[in-house]
Unconditional design. Sequence first.
Length: 138
Amino acid sequence: MHTYERRVNYYETDRMGVVHHSNYIRYFEEARTHFMEEAGYPYARMEEEGVMSPVTAIACQYKKPVHYPDLIYIRVYLVSMTKFRCAFRYEVADGKTGELRATGTSEHCYLDMSGHIVNIQRQNPVFFETFLKEADGE
């Protein structure tokens, strides 16, 4: 599990002063790329080595609203890692109280730069081993 911290920007809110629902998906991506950096294998390095990891499924459950200028923590868990896919779980929590505001999941596959499915264990064993160690196995 890794934790990513950020403050809500004004432009991320709607007319009611609540973070617009679409921004949570962006928060998940920010937290996921931060997770990769902390694990020692940034997403940019993966792409430089010829592999992409597009989102194949994503979901978000909204518990309580987040407002400007709240501080939030996004906890990221790598819940599964296989040769062809990986999956993450996210928890968005209030930075002051720790209260859970949203949860979510995302699933990803591995592709080469021409869009063909890649066996990441064979194509990039260092990447595979790095993230296999990070998997929570939930």
